[in-house]
Design a protein around this ligand. Sequence first.
Ligand code: SAJ
Length: 398
Amino acid sequence: MMGLGYIGLPTAALIAGKKTIVNGVDVNPSVVDTINQGKVHIVEPDLEEAVSMAVQEGFLHASLEPQEAEAYLIVVPTPFKEKNEPDISYVEAATKAILPLLKEGDLYIIESTSPIGTTEKMRNLIFGSRPELEGKIYMAYCPERVLPGNVMHELVHNDRVIGGIDQESTTKAVDFYSNYVVGELHHTNAKTAEMCKLVENSSRDVQIAFANELSLICDKAGVNVWELIKLANKHPRVNILQPGCGVGGHCIAVDPYFIVSDYPMESKIIGTAREINNYKSFWCAEKVQTEKLNFELKHGYKPKVALMGLAFKPNIDDLRESPAKYIVQKVLQNANNEEYFIVEPNIDSHNVFKLTDYKTAYEKADIIVYLVAHNEFKDLPRDKNKMIIDFCGVLEKN
Ligand code: SAJ
């Protein structure tokens, strides 16, 4: 297992749990040490138990260098270079690391979200330096589709799309996953599987952009967007998602760019959706500043503002690409930080922000800004004397 992050480690634990010996490889020595102690570096329900058992029973061992195996899974990050271009250098590096170990009959699978054509590129890389392996090893792409917070369940139960560089590779990879996955395994080719992953997340991004666009229109029109969407969704063929303060996380806010950067002329809706969702975060930050000023003009004193939530979505502790965090940063720029309370009930402390307990912040603030619809916030009392700015429908969900 090349990469022991949010997907690699749970997958390694799952496979090891079926009594298959897994060598987990990561470039980070502290990750390797942590896992070999049966511990984890990621917050994910049920993961620690699975890793601890797999390590104790001797089926999972982590190291900095790969060892010879029959199947190699590439589960490393594919981040962005400047100008929103995908960077597949980790996939390349992981592939180069196993290159000397590959032998006839081996299976090579990429799970990392990748630009269309990456499996083909890795085929050229492998056979370019090991031509004797051409037609002798199996290569496939099989994207992960799990939702953070529900990874251990979804790894087993979600359907998988599996695309080989040829029929034999697809069949071999399907056989491999059938040992661990009870969801349906769908056969295709590598390029379609690569694109399928990007399209799934782009589709969700476009749908959220539609909801966010509605929220901007409704703000001007004086219509409650939450009620509007609830009513529109009563139509049997309409299913609008929820607006929020933007789209975050390391998948939906990123993957559409993999398409846009390669097909800029053709991917107009996908590109525009990204712009709308990014703009929504900027708009929210501006709105907080404007409403704070309005309050001051009306009441004659500077209000205290509670910024409620930093995570990228409800009930998690993950702040990566978080629109809430972006809004907090933007609002605090050139502001008097004493006037703000920053709240994130899912983390104890933060290296930049001084956090306040959510109940204290609610009590002391004049303006409450809901940035993330965490469950805790829904149970707070409804104090009519406070100004509430609800970007994510906390008040609608009770
Ligand atoms: N969001 C909204 N409105 C909504 C739904 C979500 O604003 O109605 C926002 C969330 O607050 C968050 C962002 O979108 O900021 C993304 O959250 P999410 O729950 O939609 O998705 P992720 O990023 O946690 O996981 C997604 C999933 N993909 C799809 O649902 C198509 C997951 O299945 C993928 O495996 C994952 O991306 C991934 O790793 O690619």
